[in-house]
Design a binder for this molecule. Structure first.
Ligand code: CAA
Length: 259
């Protein structure tokens, strides 16, 4: 069983399973949760008994994004200087193969966390999106970069600029998701794929992951750096304060242009 507060961790054979476990907040990704995920991933890299990591949420939500309550009152100096999302990047640097098992919402940072994994297997109930624009900000954990490289510019712009959600079938067509299965088959399908990966040589699997990511990653660090500066900059705007306050107060935002 798990010694963590925000995740449940178990191991089946050579597969380490991390389940995000903040059900009341739809697995909103706060910093303690992300540090716990990071620590399991880093330990798995050094653990010869782990050949694959599965990252999953609940039936209703993989994760509904970064925790808005944690961010709402932050300013540019904090977001740029402390750079809290820099901690998230370390999860994307995990060397052990990772599968995101997505059911329900994978929004904002949730979609970005799934994109940090090597493949995404989704239930037909999955809903992906980058709704940050509705909060007066933009994606801040790699979304503008990884999503563009994965599904191309047009669909990324569609998601980032409208904030709409994309269902599992559309996500599979777009190349975001590798397999879509019925909800009752998700765990079995994910564990089957994870078991196959974990059954291979770990060093070869790490090398294969590394090699694929070489082509994928060109310019990514620079791109994420650029994204982070803009993302942090938005925390100096009235629209960020209003967008997040409106979400927490369960009302529609009144943008500064309307005042
Ligand atoms: N942060 C904090 N709390 C969140 C949350 C989030 N990202 N998403 C949901 N919650 C909380 C809600 O506030 C609510 O809490 P209370 O019960 O205490 O009121 C609880 O989870 C359940 O949520 P809803 O009542 O809203 O559930 P719903 O089924 O009606 O709607 C939803 C589900 C469409 C996912 C809706 O919760 C929603 O829009 N969530 C926010 C999605 C979002 O904007 N994500 C982006 C965050 S910013 C980000 O991620 C930045 C980045 O790039 C890193």
């Amino acid at each position: 069983m798990s010694d963590y507060e925000n995740i449940l961790v178990s191991q089946e054979g050579r597969v380490k399973i991390i389940q995000l476990n903040r059900p009341k907040a739809l697995n909103a990704l706060n910093m303690p949760l992300m540090l716990e995920v990071q620590s399991v991933c880093m330990a798995a890299d050094k653990d010869e008994s782990v050949g694959c990591i599965v990252l999953k949420g609940s039936e209703k939500a993989f994760a509904a994004g970064a925790d808005i309550t944690e961010m709402a009152d932050k300013d540019f100096a904090h977001m740029y200087g402390v750079n809290p999302f820099g901690e998230w990047d370390k999860i994307g640097q995990t060397r052990t193969p990772m599968i995101a098992s997505v059911s329900g919402f994978a929004l904002g940072g949730g979609c970005e966390l799934a994109l940090m994994c090597d493949l995404i297997i989704a239930s037909t109930t999955a809903k992906f999106g980058q709704p940050e624009i509705t909060l007066g900000i933009i994606p801040g954990a790699g979304g503008t970069q990884r999503l563009t490289k994965t599904i191309g510019k047009s669909k990324t712009m569609d998601l980032c600029l409208t904030g709409r959600m994309m269902g599992a079938e559309e996500a599979e067509r777009a190349g975001l998701v590798s397999r879509v299965v019925d909800p009752e088959d998700l765990d079995a399908e994910v564990m089957k794929a994870a078991g196959v990966i974990a059954g291979h040589s770990k060093v070869a699997a790490m090398a294969g992951k590394d090699a694929v990511n070489r082509s994928f990653e060109t310019g990514l660090t620079e791109g994420i750096g650029a994204e982070r500066r803009v993302f942090a900059g938005l925390f100096s705007t009235a629209d960020q304060k209003e967008g997040m306050a409106a979400f927490l107060e369960k009302r529609k935002p009144v943008w500064s242009r309307d005042q």
